[in-house]
Design a protein around this ligand. Structure first.
Ligand code: PTJ
Length: 261
């Protein structure tokens, strides 16, 4: 991006950089128009979480990685926003936990699957599912476009990682007894509530952290990984995330004014 438009010393440089990736992604069909709105909603929650990864999120990420590592057929679902924001990290996580990437879109506009495939391939992906739309099958109980899934991927998966999701699919996947891991900055979205493990944090910080966690947990015995998953309590995780937001907002009554000094 042109440095005059986005100078590196701009106080909101990081946030503007990712906004720009989303806008560029939309121009290339990777991101749906509604993806811009979704991103803005995420930014808003990130602001009131202090725009940093908290201990709760790390704990949820550990449980998520452990679950992916012990699952028989884990899969990482990819939408336009995630592909535009963190393509390289998606590929790294996919390799670290041995879970293929499956393109699964809510807004199925012509050319989007190809555009996302190109982004993933450029990031080094070799194991991509969901590319051949003629081979898709349906998952029951779901009326949105997300019902169209790859027979070798989400259809047979026991654990589905759904970064940034609209609510109805998580509910449908739960009805089908799948384990669902979500990343959602909104701790009370339908996805966040329905998922087994909800990581309340920004996907741009989550994926690199999960890759690190995976390289560590990979060496652990299965029983240890299972214990990490069993000890995780998602209701408590979400309630604690809400407390975190409350405390952060409370602290800002004083902290926010310090920039004036
Ligand atoms: O590419 P497609 O067609 O599959 O569509 C993708 C979007 C994201 C447009 C679609 O799934 C959608 O409309 O999602 P929603 O219903 O807007 O939900 C997205 C959720 O992700 C919201 O709860 C946001 O707060 C959250 N979110 C947005 N950006 C981030 C985020 N969570 C974590 N990290 C982010 N960067």
């Amino acid at each position: 991006m042109n440095e005059r438009i986005l100078p590196k010393d701009h106080p909101r440089y990081e946030s503007l950089k990712y906004r720009h990736k989303i806008i560029e992604g939309m121009k290339k069909l990777v991101v749906a128009e509604a993806g811009l709105i979704a991103h803005g909603r995420g930014e808003c929650y990130d602001y009131i979480l202090g725009e940093r990864t908290n201990k709760l999120a790390i704990n949820a990420m550990r449980a998520a990685v452990a679950l992916l590592l012990i699952s028989k057929n884990p899969i990482i679902s990819v939408n336009g926003n995630v592909a535009a924001l963190v393509p390289k990290e998606l590929v790294e996580l996919s390799e670290a936990v041995n879970a293929p990437l499956e393109i699964n879109l809510f807004y199925r506009k012509a050319g989007r699957v190809d555009a996302i495939t190109t982004v993933l391939k450029n990031a080094g992906a070799s194991n991509i599912l969901g590319m051949d739309e003629s081979k898709m099958v349906e998952i029951e109980e779901l009326s949105s476009n997300r019902r169209l899934v790859d027979p070798k991927g989400i259809k047979i998966a026991d654990a589905v990682f759904v970064p940034l999701e609209d609510g109805d699919r998580t509910e449908a996947l739960k009805r089908l007894n799948r384990n669902v891991i979500a990343v959602d900055l909104n701790p009370i979205s339908r996805t966040a509530i329905w998922a087994d493990i909800t990581i309340v944090d920004n996907i741009i910080r989550v994926l690199p952290e999960m890759v690190k966690i995976a390289s560590n947990l990979k060496k652990r015995p299965k029983e240890q990984l299972k214990k990490i998953v069993d000890d995780f309590d998602n209701k408590k995780n979400i309630q604690d995330a809400l407390d975190l937001i409350k405390d952060y907002v409370e602290s800002q009554k004083e902290e926010a004014f310090k920039i004036l000094k």
